[in-house]
Design a protein around this ligand. Structure first.
Ligand code: DC
Length: 220
């Protein structure tokens, strides 16, 4: 069902289900899917390799010669940092705990945003993140702000972490998400905010299939 080579921007807070539904929608549209959060996570993961405590210097050093590659095949994204497959490693609670700080740095954003714009030049792309509609691709053809109640977002993340074998409580996950939302929404550079021309899609109580269908409808 390949449509015209549209540029689709999806933004929203943590745990809104952006990557799950965006990957499925991209597959249906036969578009490339770009998970920009994974790119910030890749920088955070590399910064943590220098050992604790995390400092701005370590982040800048990790950024210097970083090569972030996203491969999207069969509806699945794999993330490579300088040739190393870090798809799983970038999703740990340790990376989640520091990624907002890494993403707040101007140098990090400048480098990754430039890369993201290059990835979208040919269209037929669905990109998700926090500042796609407002900053990375302000001329996107379709702009969606995807959200859900904090309880539902925390429940989804908690289930995901439990399935991966992490022993965390629901309250802990909820508090982490709330903290990250606050940091992402209040930072100075390109904070998380719904673009004026973006359509709000509240997925509370919706199934994955229903959300994918709603996105595809907006691309028609
Ligand atoms: O979507 P995610 O949870 O994997 O994103 C990880 C972090 O990266 C998130 O806390 C905010 C940041 N981020 C950002 O600042 N800008 C983007 N376009 C995407 C993610």
């Amino acid at each position: 069902m390949r449509k015209r080579n549209l540029v689709v921007a999806i933004d929203g807070p943590a745990g809104a289900g952006k990557s799950t539904v965006a990957q499925l929608a991209a597959k249906k549209l036969e578009y490339t899917y770009i998970d920009t959060g994974a790119m910030y996570r890749a920088v955070a993961w590399r910064s943590l390799r220098a050992g604790a405590p995390l400092t701005d210097e370590k982040i800048l050093r990790a950024l210097e010669d970083i090569d972030v590659l996203l491969s999207y095949e069969d509806g699945k994204t794999r993330v490579f940092v300088n040739g190393e497959d870090v798809t799983k490693e970038i999703r740990t609670p340790e990376v989640s705990a520091v990624v907002s700080r890494v993403a707040a740095m101007g140098e990090v954003r400048a480098k990754l945003v430039e890369l993201q714009r290059k990835m979208a030049v040919h269209g037929a792309v669905l990109m998700d993140g926090r500042d796609i509609a407002t900053n990375v691709l302000p001329n996107a053809d379709v702009k969606i702000f995807l959200t859900a109640s904090i309880e539902e977002r925390a429940a989804r993340r908690w289930k995901e972490l439990k399935e991966k074998g992490y022993d965390t409580s629901f309250e802990e996950v909820k508090s982490d998400i709330a903290k990250r939302d606050k940091a992402d929404s209040e930072r100075e550079i390109s904070p998380l905010v719904q673009a004026e021309d973006a359509e709000l899609l509240d997925t509370t109580g919706m199934t994955i299939e229903e959300v994918v269908a709603a996105i595809l409808k907006r691309c028609e």
